[in-house]
Ligand binder design. Structure first.
Ligand SMILES: O=C(O)[C@@H](CO)OP(=O)(O)O
Length: 250
């Protein structure tokens, strides 16, 4: 039996402001920093130890991982950052307010953009300054690897090759792995691990800062999963994510 721990970063400045974030590299909010410490506390209390850590190239996930590793005294373990673990690219919606978009286009449309499996948000223009092409982090990516917008399906198609080539073999070797990533890159991974259908996936919301543990059998099929928080804390955190399209979500 293998264990794999998934952790969505703590609240970011743009989660707080209700803005579509995607590949925008925003920092953790104060609350996000607290959430990362809380995640570490949960892991520590339950005796979790890791041999290797993975994260994206976005600072909200990196900092969450760093806070956790510092708090559990594992700053020395190998840590790999990869763009394939980035948040889903939110295209031309990046920077816009979710509640305002719901007012303008209707909640149903915004729900489709946020949670459907294969509807991508409107793409960025090639010369848009938000095009990742202009960000030095992505200078080594091929043209066809750089998204101008992504559906969850597109996200899954770039997360999974990295999971299979790099993460899964380490899990199979018996390494205890933590992945600190994002709401939608983790939804993509969870969809794969739990074999969630395209129809069911819109109902899945992953809360910030609560470790999600997967138990995997010898073929790395998921046999069980659970969050390391009590039901009330978990449900409140999930509702907070869902309610981002409401004008006064708190
Ligand atoms: O804005 C984003 O990039 C994501 C995660 O914060 O939001 P959503 O939950 O709407 O997919």
């Amino acid at each position: 039996m293998y264990k794999l721990v998934l952790l969505r970063h703590g609240e970011s400045e743009w989660n707080k402001e209700n803005r579509f974030t995607g590949w925008t590299d925003v920092d953790l909010s104060e609350r996000g920093v607290e959430e990362a410490h809380f995640a570490a506390k949960l892991l520590k209390e339950q005796g979790y130890v890791f041999d290797v850590a993975f994260t994206s190239v976005l600072k909200r996930a990196i900092k969450t991982l760093w806070i956790v590793l510092e708090d559990i005294d594992l700053m020395w373990i190998p840590e790999y950052k990869h763009w394939r673990l980035n948040e889903r690219h939110y295209g031309a919606l990046q920077g816009l307010n979710k509640a305002e978009m719901a007012k303008r286009y209707g909640e149903e449309q915004v729900l489709l953009w946020r949670r459907s499996y294969d509807v991508p948000p409107p793409p960025l223009e090639k010369d848009d300054p938000r095009n990742p092409r202009f960000d030095p982090k992505y200078k080594d990516l091929k043209d066809d690897e750089i998204p101008l917008s992504e559906s969850l399906k597109d996200t899954l198609n770039r997360v999974l090759p990295y999971y299979h080539s790099t993460i899964a073999p380490l899990v199979k070797e018996g390494k205890r792995v933590i992945i600190a990533a994002h709401g939608n890159s983790l939804r993509a991974l969870v969809k794969y691990l739990d074999n969630i259908s395209d129809e069911e996936i819109p109902h899945l919301n992953i809360p910030t800062g609560i470790p999600l543990v997967y138990e995997l059998d010898e073929n790395l099929n998921a046999v069980n999963h659970y969050y390391l928080a009590d039901e009330k804390t978990l449900q409140e955190a999930i509702e907070r994510v869902k309610n981002q399209i409401k004008e006064d979500p708190k």
